[in-house]
Design a protein around this ligand. Sequence first.
Ligand code: NAD
Ligand code: 3PG
Length: 528
Amino acid sequence: MYKILISDKLAQEGVDILNSIDGVEPVVNTGLSEDELCEIIGEYDGLIIRSATTVSEKVLAAATKLKAVARAGVGVDNINIPEATRKGVIVMNTPGGNTTSAAEHTMALMLSLSRNVVPACNSLKAGAWDRKKYTGNQLCGKTLGVIGMGRIGMSVVKMALGFDMKIMGYDPFAVPEKAKEMGVQVVTDLNEIYKTADYISLHIPRNEQTTNMIGAEQFKMMKPTARIVNCARGGIINEPDLYAALEAGEIAGAALDVFPKEPPTETGFTKHDNCLVTPHLGASTEEAQIEVAVEAAQIIADAIKGGPIRNALNAPAVGAATPKVVTGYAELAQKIGRLMAATIVGPVKSVQVDYRGSIAEKDISAVTTAFSIGLLQANLDVPVNIVNVGLLAKERGITIDELKNADSKDIASSFTAQVATDKGTRSITGTVYSEGVARIVSIDGYMVEFSPEGPVMVIFNDDKPGVIGSVGTVCGQHGVNICTMGVGQKTDGTAVLAVSLDKKPGEEAIAQMKKLDFVNELYTCDLC
Ligand SMILES: NC(=O)c1ccc[n+]([C@@H]2O[C@H](COP(=O)([O-])OP(=O)(O)OC[C@H]3O[C@@H](n4cnc5c(N)ncnc54)[C@H](O)[C@@H]3O)[C@@H](O)[C@H]2O)c1
Ligand SMILES: O=C(O)[C@H](O)COP(=O)(O)O
């Protein structure tokens, strides 16, 4: 009997499906603390969650039988996917089931904010009849900036067009043609949206690149009449900076459905008069909940019973028949793809992969595929795997040029990926030694050798004495241990410091390092 724990509120229709499947026993047990979950998770083969359960490294360590986690919804920022991957636990989600509900809630927030629905309602219920105070604004004719043009973003675009809004859109990984055909002004510089939009709506995942993406600097660019809606994830907006911007009148209002910690503990910004809040209700409709529950039940039952694996966010690119050397390069290439995604800025314009030495004599299609999965997965909540990566890349206008040259002077074999965006070109080279050990050996021409394992940090810096010591000190202060380190210099006085770490530095540590005067760019990424 396979036991499946349902640790968040799931529509009964999903539970019924699991009850109807032979050999599967669902157990509903919600509201568990991390320790309580750790105590019981060892009994379970499968876990179904929504956003309230955090599948942390500690939970995964205790989950000795766990084969699969199904997220009944989209966002998977509450699941430690690198750790799940390390442990061979499949992570799946149910994209699409709550798209319409989240888009409708976004429109509800935008309208309520513009027409003062909540304060006007409260005032009337308190006995007042104040029509002047609650005069609002029309959406019609206003400019809406949509950041993230995936499923929900595009659904919001369609609805907002119905309100005769003008739409600007930004999404480095989206298909611009589709949006352009709908009349969206697609921009490649986010600042254009910050400076122009009357409404800004976020529809992107929270990850290392998007956390604190909108803060004091961005609010200062916005119009004093601008309103911002976050129905995506807390923490994408820097909430203390939002409070300061509302206080200073730098923007007119904000509507938040999501918070860095839920329920929110820092409640200053939630109580602000110009801030409208809802308790993460984007997907909370009967329709969406039935759809995601049914899909989550079906996919997890199939996965743990050895059936087809659908919507997996961590499926491998290689099969059992792939030669060992190609498998080694595919694993390295996927990590290089992830590191690339974490260190590039702006929309991808061109991608090239270059195979040198003995690897160039093999069939390297699985390696290029693995690189594309790494590059795309970091920015998409749809599962990216061997099945759909080609299509997803094509839809986004990304083509990969493959170069092969069996003659390699410096190294037996190597894999180099080069990605150009409108902000510049980044190249990362790695190699797999004959014993199967993988190393990244060069970033942007800086010769650095470090292990592409676990959390890594790449710092582009001015080449000065004390860099290693200062970074090491900050890491040490925050209990982060440096495992391997590579330093590369150029004659122009710049250098790169690349380190692999025992754990990812927290936001405070990263902010402290970014303030060091020699740091020009700093990126972190978990390569698991
Ligand atoms: N409030 C809610 O209840 C609720 C409900 C559903 C989803 N969500 C959130 O909404 C997000 C979007 O969901 P979706 O179904 O549209 O996902 P999606 O994967 O279809 O779309 C996300 C889009 O964001 C883009 N993107 C990624 N990084 C970006 C960046 N730095 N700048 C601009 N664009 C970027 C991607 O290219 C993609 O097109 C989810 O990640 C989830 O966190 C919230
Ligand atoms: O990412 C999602 O699907 C939404 O944020 C919904 O979260 P919920 O399932 O906790 O309502």
